[in-house]
Design a protein. Structure first.
Length: 580
């Protein structure tokens, strides 16, 4: 796609377009830079599609780069999960997979260079003392007593820090900027700390590690990133990223004739608002707490907003991409309603999901005048939204399972489903009329009895009579037992942070966020049988969209409800459209 054909429909694309027109950059190169200390969530998907989408729109390059600068919190499990998620969402990085840790040697040399330039020093203050010296928004900071150490002493101490001579936390390398700067990030920030912790890729090679603020801009520079796209919380860090690159470039020239060699590349950072959503949390720390305290069953729990959890629940990359497109790119923090994400999934699955019949809360229905032992196959539509999807055959017999809610012995007003004397349509099959029911000793209905009209095969009456309800069913003799997990919001409040005094967000965890029921599904939903269905989500007719879970076994599948059929968001959109 040529640059001229790109529509600058948001402020980031507008800025990129201007940079290309002015000649600031000759092309576009973006990156997605996750820290491998947790699983990605839906907020990261937004950032990923901004990073990747910009590169895609402008015909540029895209890198996946891990900011692996803190070995105390990083694990290979997170690296592997992030790579899987990025590929699943649809971002293509080809062979451009990079790690900050591969640049540690170069960053270390640049740090020594800043010491020689008098722009960095080794400080012996503890972390608590550094914080105390920093000041606040109304008071300037206080210089470290080690700020004016001689260059050679700083170089010696820094090299000895790397050699492992000093314990954790005893010394740091700090930039020498301005302890009275109005931006607190510029008050002699720490560049390196001592941490005798093995790195998941580098092993024991290092015992000092670069701070994120020192490393981040340099990584972008090394990779030739043109546009470093970050969320708004990094806006106040941008002057520091610029200062670090300018400090390295001090004494350098474009042609390399200066005393320090050739200038390094200077990317442009642009910030955007991060994603916040109702009924969930987007903090990696909070997500880790939920996993560790047992509120959820791992990082891929379908109640979490992690991409692994959404994938397990039945979300599709297409739905997530549509969601990211709809919320757009903005500069102001806001909260997106969870219903919009669910709406995007419904729209995608409605077009593509096969339809199947399942009964979640079974009640036996016996057709008294249906021949004993007879089994017939009825034609059922796979997807009314897709004519090419064709039909399937579902077994029909004398004994069926229907939903408990589809029968009432004493029906309420405007109840059109089964009750004594009422006739309904069995989906794809016949008209049946209820003749009564059987109860147990406690008075609970255990069976419903009906008669059927053989002339109504296929679900229509040749004499033109109408019924007011159609219900779904499965054949009792052929249905496959299934565990079905019905998920609701993980939190009871739209804002989980709205907790009672003295409690945190976990006080709002929804105790009813998961209901597990034992039901029955068509045999085609098993590992064997007629027209086995793949792992793609299916619509259980009248019930919602469901995805087969990894806990499934050949004899008993397990399904997760991805989303219900009710679409409040569509109603909201329609109402808002009518106002316009």
């Amino acid at each position: 796609m040529s640059n001229e054909n790109v529509i600058a429909h948001d402020f980031i694309r507008q800025a990129v377009t201007e940079d290309l027109k002015s000649g600031r950059f000759n092309g576009v190169h973006t990156r997605f830079p996750p820290e491998p200390n947790a699983y990605l969530h839906i907020g990261h998907a937004k950032a990923l599609w901004i990073d990747y989408g910009i590169g895609l729109d402008f015909g540029g390059l895209f890198n996946l780069r891990f900011d692996d600068t803190n070995p105390a919190k990083e694990e290979q499990e997170f690296v592997d999960a992030i790579i899987q998620d990025v590929r699943w969402v649809g971002a293509v990085f080809d062979d451009r997979l990079f790690y900050a840790s591969d640049y540690f040697d170069r960053m270390y040399e640049w740090a020594q260079e800043l010491i020689r330039k008098g722009l960095a020093y080794v400080c012996d203050l503890t972390a608590e003392e550094v914080t105390a010296h920093r000041g606040n928004l109304t008071q300037p900071g206080k210089d470290s007593p080690h700020r004016n150490r001689p260059v050679e002493e700083n170089l010696d101490l820094f090299r000895r820090m790397r050699a492992g001579e000093f314990p954790d936390g005893s010394r740091t390398l700090r930039a020498k900027i301005d302890m009275a700067h109005p931006n607190l990030n510029m008050r002699d920030p720490v560049m390196y700390r001592i941490l005798h912790t093995p790195h998941h890729r580098q092993g024991d090679k290092w015992c000092i590690y670069p701070m994120y603020d020192w490393a981040h801009g340099l990584e972008d520079s090394i990779e030739g990133i043109t546009h470093s796209l970050c969320s708004l919380e990094y806006e106040n860090h941008r002057p520091l990223y610029d200062w670090f690159i300018d400090a390295v470039n001090q004494g350098r020239t474009d042609d390399g004739s200066g005393p320090w060699g050739r200038k390094i590349h200077h990317p442009r950072q642009i910030e955007f608002a991060r994603l916040n959503m109702t009924y969930t949390v987007m903090s990696k720390r909070k997500l880790i707490e939920l996993v560790r305290d047992g509120s959820v069953r791992g990082f891929d729990d379908p109640r979490l907003p992690t991409l692994a959890g959404l994938r397990r629940r039945g979300y599709t990359p297409e739905a997530i991409h549509d969601f990211c497109r709809r919320i757009g790119v903005n500069k102001t923090d806001s909260v997106v309603d969870m219903q919009l994400l669910e709406h995007c999934l419904r729209e995608d699955l409605n077009k593509r999901s096969p339809r199947r019949m399942a009964v979640l809360r079974p009640l036996k229905l016996v057709i008294d005048n249906y021949p004993d032992g007879q089994v017939e196959q009825v034609d059922a539509v796979n997807n009314p939204e897709d004519a090419a999807a064709g039909t399937r055959q579902a077994p029909f017999s004398k004994a069926l399972y229907i939903e408990q809610d589809d029968f009432r012995e004493a029906p309420p007003p405007k109840y059109f489903r089964l009750f004594p004397g009422q006739e309904v349509r069995l989906r794809y099959a016949y008209f049946v009329k209820c003749t009564g029911c059987v109860k147990d000793a406690a008075g609970k209905v255990t069976e419903v009895h009906c008669t059927y009209d053989p002339a109504t095969r296929g679900g229509d009456s040749p004499d033109g009579r109408k019924v007011k309800a159609t219900i779904h069913w499965v054949s009792a003799a052929h249905a496959l037992p299934a565990e079905v997990r019905l998920y609701d919001h993980l939190f009871t409040k739209p804002d989980p942070q709205d907790a009672p005094p003295g409690q945190d967000f976990r006080a709002n965890v929804n105790p009813n966020s998961l209901e597990t029921v034992q039901g029955f599904v068509e045999p085609s939903l098993g590992s064997t049988g007629v027209s086995p269905v793949a792992e793609f989500p299916v619509q259980f007719e009248r019930l919602g969209y469901f995805c087969k879970d990894k806990d499934s076994t050949p004899d008993k599948p397990v399904f997760n409800r991805a989303v219900t059929l009710k679409d409040t968001w569509a109603k909201i959109e329609k109402k808002e459209g009518a106002k316009k």
